[in-house]
Design a protein around this ligand. Sequence first.
Ligand SMILES: [Zn+2]
Length: 279
Amino acid sequence: MVDIITFFQTIPNEYRTIILIGGLSFLTVLEMGFPLISFKYDRLKHIALNLFFTLTTILINVAGASLILYACIKAQSLDFGVLNIIELPIFIELIIGIMVLDLIGAWLVHFLEHKVRWMWKFHIIHHTDQYVDASTGLRHHPGEGIIRLCFTSLAVFISGASFGIVMIYQTLSVFFAHLTHANIKIPKKIDRLLSIFFVTPDFHKIHHHFALPKTDSHYGNIFSIWDHIFQSSIKKYEMSSIQYGLDTHMDIEETRNIRTMLMIPFKEYRPPVGSKFGQ
Ligand SMILES: [Zn+2]
């Protein structure tokens, strides 16, 4: 276990890139064999657009690694953070570290992105995808990438996780982002059983329904338990009723162009059906 954490502590960026591309390619092949929905779309064009935003997200994370490292060192030197306060066996430390990082660095920031108007405007482009597949996983506006980096650093400080644990979490987080968006058909019983603890492909797709209240539910990334605890999960859902996209941004011309997508946060706020923020 210590060896694995040490390996991730010094993992070269090339290895992380190989894991990311390998995972994405594997899921894309699965999507062709076992699709949840048979999309009539230009797969390559769709992937190319989403990969642009994936690349900017990765660049922000690579550039921000020093901020995360700083949060690790600061928490350690101040004896701050859950894992710096309590002495635990290394395996338990890893599990708790990943859970706290997932709660603050993924669930909480995602929840806030849906509740705070200026944050929502950056998050919109993730929801505008009308063909959700593995490539949608990291389709984030660069501004959202920076917001998420700040919350990940805060999560690192609060958790007191070592840099090795943070790197394991980030690798898992990217894998889950791609897996849970993948357009793959999973046997319903297996998906529902796993979704008691983990975010599964079906569980996450509810979040990509084009209208409220489903859009404002299922915020989890790795663990679904946060949605169960904070009551943001929907008990009964049918995958056949899901329609992807966002009611305020259904014009395909606006959402398949990099320039217009980058401008979305700076345009006037559009209230959704059943308005989210009053006016
Ligand atoms: Zn969302």
